[in-house]
Ligand binder design. Structure first.
Ligand code: GLC
Length: 746
């Protein structure tokens, strides 16, 4: 049904237009019945639906709670994440929801961020790929998404007021790159602006972010919605490019917009542009019939179980204790095995359709094995020694002890940051006590982001990272423990040895209203590489019940142009005895660049399932962007000709294949000259060189004809060159002269 949006806009009154740009309720937009404009319903997200009739109501309508983003990313499987999106889309249709408020794709700058469970990675390429996959999945069903939180919302501390301060490269290459990839590959119907400030201006009225970059540079065509309560000046927000304010109703703000237009403070064209973007999505949503299908509870539960099992990262497996075999008595310790901790707190909290109880799921697969149980840990603060003693006793009676250790809600949730990256004191004491008595001990972790494990990991035989695993996580853990599923998860964030090793430590959480991203580009593995610092488990790390060999790295060309890109192929062999999936990670190292760059950056990956003995070739295509970095002086992504190393890794800490290629840049660009530009900059600038040539000749007229300009002189700012070597011919002060010369270059 094609609707003439422009015609509709011409028929709307000013009051109706202003009303359309603010929610009617916390979750719906304003309808205009007389013109046949429907309302749309938006709902959280991002890893399941939280449809509630009123703001912040606890009991939302039952929906499938899928593994959260940090678990999804650990699958390194974009196709699988796309299926989550498809299932979410189906659930939206069943519940008559038009837009799901997700995915969240903020970078994991510090493991302390309380919402890291809702975010994908410390790496913008992986995060962008995952977000795009989820968006494509949901939108393939004719339902919209809301890519959030745009942008630089990387902590919960003072999230509504703090100003994120960073240089342009850091912003572009780290904190926007994942959003850019998701916007261009996923085309989300909506983008949600964040609460915080960027460089002093709230995201909700930050024109540079919302219009200059998102709408104009990236060509974004959907609408921008505020985070709930993120708008502070509705007129300024509209002028910056923020189309829809949520939640509604906001009658005073609607009136403020009307008055601003009437007084000429706000150009009606700006309001019309916002209305146009909103109406396009409203009518797009209306094309998908809703509410006429029922939720596929069991099918989605099974999907949630598959994803959770693929997200599980096998961090340690000493002596091949896993998968469990030849065991008569199995001790199951931890309340989390009876009351699973599978999602986080806050706006993403879902009322699940059903929940797997880990203990029960073990029993279903345990066969003749006898299961013993002890509470061990009830996720409460404080140390409970009797509970530990009981657990140790039970563990000692068994052949193997399982410890279900879940990070308690007071340690991780939206709205607050984590106080540390540690488990509770009780949990650490419990693990140490049990493993001292029963070294055949397996720890199963449920947490949303990196935790420190150094205090106890040497004493246990195996560790599974099961994340915030969603409602079917209990079954997924059992599948992996008993070998029904061979774990194939890989870390999407580094597990540091201790918090003080992490890159943001010096500057987090900020003070006096600002947080300085002083580590710049160097977050996550980029930082640990630059510092050559050891970590507990590197980005991309994950073990398997089988082994893999990567060999025969080859490229489509030894020399190539940036615009042609490069194809990379690797043969992967399952050299073990059981089927399993390998994750091939492709990093790029720029051997020489004008500006500093991280040692390596993830630019491609692929997951491949292999039977024992099977070999398959994995092909990864690298485009121009895979070799580029953002140059602040050129205000663009630049490629520089030269040698690049293609690195194939099993993790960021285990590069197994390398190959150097030559890339030729075809970019015709000239640096923007400015007051700091050196003589060399001017000589390399076509127009600049023309301008200064006579000045140089004049300055060197008494020297032998072929006298070279010394390097030290080339490094001088042009203004100093004028002052020292051309002052006789100056007709005005050097600081004025340089401005005249600069004007000639623009
Ligand atoms: C919250 C969150 C956002 C959520 C929105 C609606 O404060 O920041 O992620 O979608 O409000 O609940």
């Amino acid at each position: 049904m094609s609707v003439d949006i422009k015609k509709l806009i011409s028929q709307l009154t000013l009051e109706e237009k202003a009303a359309l740009c603010t929610g009617e309720t916390a979750w719906t937009t304003v309808p205009v019945e007389r013109l046949g404009i429907p309302s749309i319903w938006v709902s959280d997200g991002p890893h399941g639906l939280r449809k509630t009739p009123i703001m912040a109501a606890e009991t939302s309508i039952p929906a499938t709670c899928f593994p959260t983003a940090s678990a999804q990313a650990a699958t390194w499987d974009v196709d699988l994440v796309q299926t989550i999106g498809q299932a979410l889309g189906d659930e939206c249709i069943a519940q008559s929801v038009d837009v799901v408020l997700g995915p969240g794709n903020n970078m994991k700058r510090t493991p302390l961020c309380g919402r890291n469970f809702e975010y994908y990675s410390e790496d913008p390429f992986l995060g962008g790929e995952m977000a795009a996959a989820l968006i494509n999945g949901v939108q393939s069903k004719g339902v919209g998404t809301s890519l959030k939180h745009f942008a630089t919302n990387n902590q919960e501390y003072q999230r509504m007021t703090i100003s994120a301060e960073m240089d342009e490269r850091t912003l572009r290459e780290i904190y926007l790159a994942g959003f850019e990839r998701a916007v261009k590959k996923g085309k989300p119907w909506t983008v949600m602006c964040s609460y915080n400030r960027l460089r002093g201006t709230h995201a909700s009225q930050n024109r540079y972010l919302l219009t200059d970059i998102l709408k104009n540079e990236w060509g974004y065509e959907g609408f921008i919605v505020s985070d709930w309560g993120a708008v502070h000046d509705r007129v300024a927000a509209l002028q910056a490019g923020l189309d829809l304010e949520m939640p509604g109703p906001q009658k005073f703000r609607v009136q403020r917009v009307v008055t601003a237009v009437q007084k000429g403070e706000l150009d009606l064209a700006v309001l019309d542009a916002a209305v146009e973007r909103i109406l396009k999505i409203v009518f797009k949503a209306a094309e998908t019939p809703k509410g006429k299908v029922t939720l596929d509870v069991d099918g989605h539960h099974a999907l949630a179980r598959k994803i959770a099992s693929e997200a599980i990262v096998l961090l340690k497996n000493e002596g091949g204790i896993l998968p469990l075999k030849n065991i008569k008595r199995l001790a199951v310790i931890g309340k989390a095995s009876k009351e699973p901790y599978f999602q986080g707190g806050g706006s993403s909290h879902i009322n699940p359709t059903k929940v797997d109880i880990p203990f029960d799921e073990l029993k279903k697969l345990a066969g003749s094995m006898e299961l013993l149980y002890a509470d061990g840990d009830t996720m409460q603060p404080g140390l409970n020694q009797p509970m530990i003693d009981e657990a140790v006793k039970v563990a000692a009676q068994a052949d193997v002890a399982l410890l279900y250790i879940a990070l308690p809600p007071f340690k991780e949730s939206e709205g607050i940051d984590r106080p540390d990256i540690d488990l509770t004191d009780h949990q650490v004491a419990l693990i140490k006590a049990v493993s001292a008595k029963q070294p055949r001990c397996v720890v199963i972790l449920n947490n949303g982001s990196a935790v420190a494990v150094g205090e106890w990991i040497n004493g246990v035989a195996a560790v599974l990272e099961a994340w915030m695993m969603g409602q079917a996580g209990g079954g997924a853990i059992a599948d992996v423990l008993f070998g029904k599923v061979n774990p194939s998860g890989h870390l999407s964030e580094t597990f540091p040895i201790k918090l003080s090793d992490t890159p943001a430590t010096i500057n987090y959480p900020g003070e006096n209203g600002k947080v300085n991203y002083g580590e710049g580009l160097f977050i996550g593995y980029r930082y640990y590489d630059a510092k050559a610092m050891g970590v507990q488990f590197p980005f991309g790390y994950g073990l398997s019940y089988t082994t893999f060999e990567f060999k025969n790295l080859r490229v489509s060309s030894e020399k190539f142009r940036d615009v042609d890109g490069l194809k990379v192929s690797v043969d992967v062999t399952n050299s073990g005895a059981v089927a399993g999936a390998a994750v091939v990670q492709l990093y790029v190292h720029d051997e020489k660049s004008e500006l500093v760059r991280p040692v390596k950056e993830l630019k491609g990956f692929a997951k491949v399932m292999l039977q024992p003995g099977e070999t398959r070739t994995v092909n990864i295509a690298l485009d121009e962007r895979a070799f580029a970095y953002y140059h602040p002086r050129h205000h663009q992504w630049v490629t520089e000709s030269g040698a690049f190393e293609i690195l194939i890794g099993k993790s960021a800490g285990e590069i197994v294949l390398r190959h150097t290629v030559q890339m030729e840049s075809t970019q015709q660009r000239t640096a923007m000259l400015d007051r700091d530009s050196t003589l060399l900059d001017w000589m390399n600038h076509p127009r600049g060189n023309e301008i200064i040539k006579p000045l140089i000749e004049q300055a060197m007229k008494n020297l032998p004809a072929d006298t070279p300009i010394p390097d030290w002189a080339k490094d001088l700012p042009m203004e100093v060159v004028l002052m020292w070597f051309a002052n006789q011919s100056l007709t005005k002060a050097p600081e004025e002269m340089i401005e005249d010369l600069l004007a000639l270059t623009r």
